[in-house]
Design a protein around this ligand. Sequence first.
Ligand SMILES: *Cc1c(COP(=O)(O)O)cnc(C)c1O
Length: 225
Amino acid sequence: MDPIALARNYAAVKASLPLHISLVAVSKTRTVEEIQALYDLGHRDFGENYPQELKEKQPLLPGDIRWHFIGHLQRNKVKYILPFVHLVHSVDSESLLDELQKRASTLGRTLDILLQVHIAQEETKHGFSPGELEDLLTRWELVQRDHIRVRGLMGMASLTEDQNRIRSEMDGLFTIFRTVREKGTFDPVTFSILSMGMSGDVEVAVAAGSTLVRIGTAIFGARRG
Ligand SMILES: *Cc1c(COP(=O)(O)O)cnc(C)c1O
């Protein structure tokens, strides 16, 4: 995309967000040049969905980019991204937690993650159901992993025009987030990220209590293909 349009979009997105909201620029399918152009405007947090794509782009871009992994992550792909990934938003099963722990331990690092919660009515979205999350956290003392640090929750609302439905799904996720914080399973200083909101529903997400939004289209334009 043309760099002037990119700068204009980026400025508009930044201006629309309250200062306390973190912005991850979702760069799946974007070229290294497009990502570099946003980096040159000062942006450092980028989100990717596909391990192979991220693995290929990462070495071609500056080393101080914070890479957020936001797509569904298969266990056999963890190794591609674990050496450098900053935050995995999309942890949606205990078997994935096990694999992340194993790889992080081998690398001698502590990995920051978010637990993904399934809040949409669509079947296609991943994540723990609210009941599964509650069950996991009840057993957390037993299942906790010493190389994993749970920083918060991530969720995606239904892809719909129905603003009331989006709002109620996001309010629901915020309530879960607040409840987990109050429960004290995690240190509330560490457990402080609610990753919620994309280009189409960012305003609702911010109003509902999101602390981090993941924006692709509104910055880079419509994705090709
Ligand atoms: C693609 C994607 C986004 C960004 O979506 P836009 O509509 O382009 O802003 C955010 N979160 C996840 C999990 C995504 O897959």
